[in-house]
Each structure stands twice: as C-alpha cells, then as structure tokens.
Design a protein around this ligand. Structure first.
Ligand SMILES: O=C(NCCCCCn1ccnc1)c1cc(-c2ccc(F)cc2)cc(O)c1O
Ligand SMILES: [Mg+2]
Length: 214
C-alpha cells in the first residue's frame, strides 16, 4: 500500500531525529520538507517568529487550532515552562495519528493534549473538559475559513482575557481575508503583521499577531 506524505514525514523524524530532542525533530521535518517533499508546516522562517511570540508570552495555557503532523506543536511545547499546557485540535484522524507519534518522539507528551474533532464543537467545551479558564496564546493554523467564526466563538465562550494573544498563520497565502478585516478593524484587538514567506518557498505569507483588549 502507498504511504502518505505525513507517514513519510514521520519516517524522516524517526530516522533522523533523536528521541526526546525536540530541536532535532524540528530540524528533521524542516530538512525533509525543504529537500524531499513540501508539507504545510509553519516552517522554519515563520517558526522563528512563532518562537519569539511564545517566549515573550511564556504562556501557561495555549490552544493550537490545526495540528497537522505536530511540527508547530513541538515548536511551541518545547518552549513552555513546566506545568504549562498546550491543547491542540485536529479534525483529520490520519493527521492526528501521525502527530501523536511526532510529539511522542520529541518527548513532549506531558505538555500536549491532542484532541480530535471539529474546533466549532470543541471550543465551547474547553472549560468543562480541560479545566481551562482562559488561553494566554491561541495559534490559528486550521481551515482558513474557520479563523473568523472560531475567534468569535472563543470571545463568546469567555476563553480570551485582556492580553490574550492570537497568532494566525497564512493570513496572505492561502489567505484569511474575512479574519484579517475583522481583527484589524475591531477596537477590541491590537494587531500587527509579521511579513514572512510561505513555508519552504519564496512566496509571500505572514503571521498576524493580535492582542485581545478585553
Ligand atoms: O490548509 C492549511 N492548513 C489547514 C489544514 C487542514 C486543517 C484541518 N483542521 C484541523 C483542525 N480543524 C480543521 C494550510 C495550507 C497551506 C497551503 C499553502 C499554499 C498551497 F499551495 C497549498 C497549501 C499552507 C499552510 O501553512 C496551511 O496551514
Ligand atoms: Mg499554516
């Protein structure tokens, strides 16, 4: 049977990265995607911007929408202080199965809770299911037409506090025009665009960082 791209990515991690060494897992995925097969990880260039935002916030509670193979999950979790928690939501069970193994290879299972299902169903259940009050950081990297509805849902469910940070991938490519319009015109957010490139390419893309004002 044919392997899938996520399976080939996992094989590259298990072949080239050291168990328990998140940095080597990140490098193995970037090398695979740059030299073997492109894949839709946030990548090394935007990943450095992600790292700086995580390090600046030093979050205790993080929500990631869109796990894929777990690349950004590992990038974020490796920087979290002890006892901090990252909840990552993945709709696609095949992606989730690979991501669990990538996260395990990095030795970060303790910090990460991978939840399979639709963000629209799970966001309203975050408080009761995971004992979350509010998220310090949300990384949006799932279906691009879900960024706006899920942001409104997080507001309505009281999951954002004064100072919560939303960091959105792909606001240029593939693009999230309705989200950008909303977040940049809303008086409840202070937004800033970090210009970069689509992972492993020269195409423009970027991250939008937005701070909720309460
Ligand atoms: O679609 C993307 N991500 C969502 C994947 C499915 C999420 C499923 N899910 C998880 C939770 N709830 C739902 C994505 C796409 C591209 C891209 C860019 C150029 C191109 F030519 C082709 C593709 C680049 C990214 O960086 C991306 O993130
Ligand atoms: Mg992305």
């Amino acid at each position: 049977t044919q392997s899938t791209r996520p399976q080939r990515l996992l094989n590259a991690v298990q072949k080239n990265a050291t168990r328990g060494d998140p940095r080597s897992v990140v490098k193995a995925i970037d090398d695979f995607c740059r030299h073997k097969e492109w894949a839709m990880n946030v990548g090394d260039e935007k990943g450095c911007i992600l790292d700086s935002v995580v390090s600046e916030i030093n979050p205790a509670a993080v929500l990631e929408l869109g796990t894929y193979c777990g690349y950004s999950t590992v990038r974020i979790a490796r920087l979290l202080p002890p006892h901090a928690k990252l909840i990552t939501l993945e709709f696609n069970p095949d992606f989730a199965a690979i991501a669990r193994q990538v996260i395990a290879w990095a030795g970060l299972e303790e910090k990460v809770q991978l939840v399979e299902g639709a963000s629209g169903d799970w966001i309203p259940k975050m408080k009761e299911q995971f004992g979350i009050t509010t998220f310090d950081l949300v990384f949006l990297d799932h279906w691009k037409d879900r960024y706006l509805p899920d942001t409104k849902l997080m507001e309505e469910c009281g999951l954002l506090r004064k100072g919560s940070v939303l960091l959105a991938d792909n606001v240029i490519c593939p693009g999230t025009p309705d989200y950008l319009e909303y977040i940049r015109s809303s008086p409840r957010y202070e937004s800033r665009y970090f210009k970069s490139h689509l992972e492993y390419t020269k195409v423009e893309d970027g991250l939008e960082k937005s701070v909720f004002k309460g």
